[in-house]
Unconditional design. Structure first.
Lengths: 661, 101
């Protein structure tokens, strides 16, 4: 099979195909969407679905081929570069290429992005089938996949930034997909604007990196933003590594929805559910983590920046988990869960365990995408209902959804032997091993909360008495096969995905960590801590029992004793109120930022600057000046011949006088 | 009394001034046209005087052209005035202020 591919297609072409196949799909579907505007669209749906799904599937197969090709090389690291497709920016003192690079990290990430992406495309074909803008949806989803793969496979920072901005754009388009609804359009705008804050920081970091690379004396005939070149000169980053790291991290904070820029992610649930699964859970929001792992050689130079990352990550991990406890919207619970899990990844980065962060990023994408797909399946079956208080008992009506959801929930809760167990364990153990006991304790508490909220969700939705109206409940049935199959495949990955990184104490060899190890400077920040295997085993068992206990508790309360939550919330009503209101973060932003900005815009920019200066002085003022001149000129035009002749005579006298003098 | 160049030039200036005043002060297009003729004639007289004084023939040749222009101008000018009169039933400039701003 591989032989056949090698004979017809070069490795470089294959890498380019990975990125550009989704772009072709986007172009095709975009053309269909534009050309069929106002026509009967049902005719084109088969084509849209076929091309829209084929592109990601082929892209995934291409990545898979690359993977098996590259691990086939005995010697050296499994990496390949395409070399520059063309020179993008050529200046007298620097240049930027457009080129792709495949190495262990981008290969794993690309496998995840294209694999999960392809499954969600297939799922979308079922989920969005009855939607008016089917072709537009697939065009935007394919475009997203293109930008995401560009982000992952780019061989230089500036090209990565192109992908970074592109996924932000697609995220905006897809959150506001149903733009007829002002609330949804507004959610898209919110995500876009908050991401701009991070993008400015990212751009600032690029400028600083440019300065460093110029000062380092790197050859200006090569691409100085190339990751490899940057890595070679990484020592030069030392003086301003803290500034660069913090700016890059600010970019990641916005993209990956960390405190304090997390507010856009829950609102992003306004988009279609498969979009939430792909963009706002599995792939785009992990771009921040990926970027930091990719640039780890800068971050390890600044212990201060790493501490900031660890603090923000830990705070976000516990904050997201707390908010998920009281939320009642099924998708928003999962959104807060995503925020919390991303917090765990940043926590891992902050303590220097980059490979653990990458491991959890991959595993999280499996089970979180699956959780969203199951939620989508439930919403689909209930005709758009998203409130978990109006669900319940659905496991009898939609068994596949229920049991795949349970697998994902077990993975999220981190219960052996589901995948999440290994990745969460890797992070927590690294925290303990490197001597960050406080971070370990908070992470441990957060793990309990995660188990509780996800089994609260499972208990409310799939178990217990049905709370939906009787006729709605009667009509509920399992989703179509195009939705169920991706869910089952993701359930398999969620259950078994952890095997790629089984740690030493369970007889594994931490494949993934070792595999990407030579790209990552994990060891540098490793403090001499407690490296005993016995301690690891004990902590792991304790964590798992703790999580399992909360899982059962959550399931019991919400499946069996549904009157308990009300009583508990009444008892702790001040705490409950703070949680329901999300610590008033949105309100504080409204008061501190949004209102002053609106006041400033309205009273200064609009009324003073725009109305008075631009309109009054510049636009209307200039027309008024012209008008006055015109009036004077037109007064001279009396229409009387004598006047004209007089002017003429005066002119002649003046000319003669001038000549004479 | 000997008639010198100065006499001719003074006569020419007087004729030109009469013509100019006529052009500016009169409202009847006929009179204006006649005044223009007068100005042209005065200029021709000046040219001719200089030509005689210099004993060069160029000025005399030029005056022939001027006379031809005067004739043509009179013909075209009268034709225009007749057309204007047919349309506007007037030859007074006050009634012909189409270019008033």
């Amino acid at each position: 099979m591989l032989e056949l591919i090698y004979r017809h297609i070069s490795l470089q072409a294959l890498i380019w195909a990975v990125v550009f196949l989704p772009l072709l799909g986007a172009a095709f579907n975009g053309a269909i969407s534009v050309l069929t505007a106002g026509k009967e669209r049902a005719l084109y749906k088969q084509w849209t679905a076929f091309i829209g799904c084929l592109a990601p599937i082929l892209s995934f197969l291409a990545v898979l081929t690359l993977f098996f090709t590259l691990i086939g090389f005995e010697a050296g690291t499994p990496s390949a570069i395409t070399g520059p497709l063309f020179k993008w920016i050529v200046s007298s003192d620097f240049m930027i290429d457009v080129g792709l690079k495949v190495d262990q990290l981008s290969l794993v990430m690309a496998l995840m992005v294209s694999g999960v992406g392809a499954l969600i495309h297939i799922y979308s074909a079922g989920y969005m089938w009855n939607d008016e803008g089917f072709a537009r949806y697939f065009a935007e989803l394919n475009l997203f996949l293109f930008f995401m793969l560009l982000l992952v496979l780019a061989d230089n920072l500036v090209l990565m930034f192109v992908g970074w901005e592109g996924v932000g754009l697609c995220s905006y388009l897809l959150i506001g997909y149903w733009f007829d609804d002002p609330a949804k359009a507004k959610a898209g705008t919110k995500a876009f604007i908050i991401n701009r804050i991070g993008d400015v920081c990212f751009l600032g970091a690029i400028f600083l990196i440019f300065g460093v690379m110029k000062a380092s004396g790197a050859d200006s005939a090569v691409d100085i933003f190339n990751f490899e070149t940057m890595g070679r000169y990484s020592g030069y980053f030392l003086p301003i590594s803290t500034a660069i790291s913090l700016l890059l991290f600010s970019g990641a904070v916005a993209k990956s929805a960390q405190i304090p820029l997390h507010v856009w992610l829950p609102d992003a649930m306004a988009g279609p559910t498969p979009v939430s699964a792909l963009i706002h859970a599995a792939t785009m929001v992990t771009a921040g983590v990926y970027m930091i792992v990719r640039l780890n050689f800068i971050f390890v130079l600044s212990p201060f920046a790493l501490s900031v990352i660890a603090i923000v990550g830990t705070a976000t991990a516990i904050y997201g988990a707390l908010l998920a406890l009281t939320e009642n919207n099924i998708k928003r619970i999962l959104a807060y869960s995503t925020i919390s899990q991303l917090g765990y990844m940043f926590l891992a980065i902050g303590i220097g365990a980059f490979s653990a962060a990458a491991f959890h990023m991959i595993i999280h994408s499996f089970f979180k995408a699956l959780l969203f797909l199951c939620a989508g399946s439930v919403i689909f079956a209930l005709g758009g209902e998203e409130d978990i208080r109006k669900m319940g008992g659905l496991k009898d009506r939609m068994p596949v959804t229920a049991w795949t959801f349970m697998i994902a929930a077990i993975a999220l809760a981190g219960i052996f032997p589901a995948s999440g167990f290994f990745s969460k364990d890797a992070i927590l153990w690294q925290a303990y091993e490197r001597g960050h006991t406080l971070i370990w304790v908070i992470g441990f508490l957060g793990a309990g909360l995660s188990s509780f909220y996800i089994f609260r969700l499972a208990g409310s939705v799939f178990f217990g008495e049905p709370n939906s109206e009787v006729e709605v409940y009667k009509k509920v049935s399992e989703s179509p096969i195009s939705m169920v199959v991706p869910m089952m495949l993701l359930a398999t990955l969620s259950a078994l995905g952890g095997l790629v990184g089984v740690s030493e104490i369970f007889g594994g060899s931490n494949h993934l960590g070792l595999w990407i190890g030579d790209l990552i400077q994990d060891e540098i920040s490793r403090a001499p801590g407690n490296t005993s295997q016995g301690a690891h085993l004990i902590l792991t068992v304790i964590t798992m029992l703790w999580s399992a206990h909360f899982s059962i508790l959550g399931w019991l309360i919400y499946a069996q004793k549904r009157d308990w939550p009300d009583r508990i919330s009444r008892k702790f009503s001040p705490v409950y109120k703070v949680l329901v209101n999300k610590f008033y973060v949105n309100e504080i932003y409204d008061l501190v930022i949004i209102r002053p900005v609106i006041w400033f815009s309205r009273n200064i920019l609009w009324k003073v600057f725009d109305k008075t200066l631009i309109d009054g002085v510049a636009v209307e003022g200039s027309s008024r000046v012209i008008g006055v001149i015109g009036l004077l000129a037109s007064a001279a035009q009396s229409g009387l011949l004598q006047h004209y002749l007089l002017y003429f005579l005066i002119g002649a006298v003046v000319v003669v006088a001038c000549l004479a003098l | 009394m000997i008639i010198t160049l100065q006499h001719y030039l003074v006569l020419s200036v007087i004729l030109f001034a009469i013509g100019a005043i006529g052009v500016i002060s009169r409202r009847n297009i006929f009179i204006i046209l006649m005044s223009i003729e007068l100005m042209l004639a005065s200029a021709a007289l000046a040219v001719l005087s200089f030509s005689r004084w210099n004993l060069l023939p160029d000025g005399k040749a030029l005056v022939f052209f001027v006379m031809a222009v005067i004739a043509v101008e009179a013909a075209i000018g009268l034709a225009i005035i007749i057309v204007v009169h047919r349309r506007k039933k007037s030859v007074l400039t006050d009634d012909l202020g189409l270019l008033r701003g």
